[in-house]
Design a protein around this ligand. Structure first.
Ligand SMILES: N[C@@H](Cc1c[nH]c[nH+]1)C(=O)O
Length: 361
């Protein structure tokens, strides 16, 4: 996209508002090392990153976002509380829609501070909402922490819980797994045939692939164990289904989630967190009574989110991506901080899109 002077001027304006809240202006290199970092974004962004090779540094990518490099920078200098703002282009391939740009400007805000996570969530949300106050947008909110807690509380094997958590980001795969673990669908036919044999290893054709005999035997053992596991109860499956369908104004959603937490006690702390966040949002002047909350929201975005998630979208007829998005990513700071983390939340706004909506209004 041709980012004209107006867009950069608008970006600088947004950034000065964020800096006015005490955020330090920072930046990230265009070229980031790809390798393990790319995994942190998840499947979608991994497939959309532009990668290239450097003879000394190895696989590189054009930054697909700022959050990961900024977390890295922050954690490399100790994990003291801090606020940052940045402005610049990010790069993502567009396979589905050729009209969408492959490079676009983001202005971002990241808060690393565990003192009051609800207040930090509200601060990021309200700041971006303030920058969008001249355009008509609809907010969406959710909380990945509630979904994670629900899965972590399921009475099933650790391996099944881990598989469900891994697939939280692929709603269809997640549903298929749940159906299988609940005995609502059969295991794949090839697997059933394999496990029906007395000694599957004896029947193996000569090794062709990369896996060793021992690895294959181990995998078969895992499959056997899984096939022998008790199904997840129908009651628990229904609770997860009900949870995934919660889509209400925030106060109604809170009531629904509190009801659910009677039978799904593992979500109770995360639900308390939502209540605290709503108070913090109200204190910042956000109309929480009409604020939408969708339990499934954010399940197809950055896979580093593990708490609050949000986005602001224009009228769907304009067919634009969200104008601003963000969320909480506490665990990412631990991963990049070598085991030491700091609660963190942030978000970005896209000046070009705000300008487009203003022009269409
Ligand atoms: N980096 C995210 C937005 C974000 C910033 N901080 C937290 N989330 C994105 O590009 O979508």
């Amino acid at each position: 996209m041709d980012t004209g002077q107006d867009s950069w001027a608008r970006a600088r304006r947004y950034q000065s508002v964020i800096a006015g809240q005490g955020a330090v202006v920072t930046d990230a290199d265009y070229l980031q090392s790809a390798g393990t970092l790319l995994d942190l974004y998840g499947e979608d962004i991994r497939a959309r990153a532009f990668t290239t090779h450097d003879p000394v540094r190895g696989e590189q990518m054009l930054r697909p976002d700022f959050t990961v490099p900024i977390v890295q920078q922050h954690m490399a200098h100790g994990a003291e509380p801090a606020r940052y703002t940045y402005m610049g282009k990010v790069f993502r391939k567009q396979e589905k829609d050729e009209n969408r740009p492959t490079e676009f400007v983001q202005v971002g805000y990241e808060i690393f501070d565990g003192a009051n996570p609800a207040a930090a969530d509200a601060e990021v949300f309200a700041t971006l909402a303030g920058l969008l106050s001249d355009v008509e947008v609809t907010a969406a909110t959710g909380d990945i922490g509630v979904l994670r807690a629900a899965v972590e509380g399921l009475k099933t094997t650790k391996r099944r819980r881990a598989a469900l958590l891994r697939h939280l980001w692929r709603p269809r795969r997640f549903k298929a797994l749940l159906d299988r673990y609940g005995g609502r669908s059969d295991m794949p036919a090839a697997r059933a045939a394999l496990l029906a044999q007395d000694d599957p290893m004896a029947q193996m054709p000569p090794l062709l692939g990369l896996r060793t005999q021992a690895e294959i035997a181990e995998r078969i053992e895992v499959l056997r164990e899984d096939a022998a596991a008790e199904p997840i109860s129908a009651v628990e499956l229904d609770l997860i289904d009900t949870l995934l369908k919660v889509r209400e104004t925030a106060p109604n959603a809170l009531v629904a989630l509190r009801d659910l937490s009677v039978d799904l006690p593992s979500i109770a702390p995360a639900v308390d967190g939502i209540a605290r966040r709503l108070d913090a949002l109200a204190a910042r002047g956000i109309a929480v009574d009409t604020l939408p909350f969708e339990a499934s929201y954010g399940r197809t975005s950055m896979e580093y989110y593990d708490g609050f998630v949000f986005g602001f979208s224009a009228d769907p007829r304009l067919n634009l991506p969200p104008l601003a998005t963000g969320g909480r990513y506490d665990a990412l700071t631990t991963v990049l901080g070598g085991g030491v983390g700091v609660p963190a939340v942030g978000g970005v706004i896209r000046p070009d899109l705000v300008a487009a909506v203003e022009a269409a209004q």
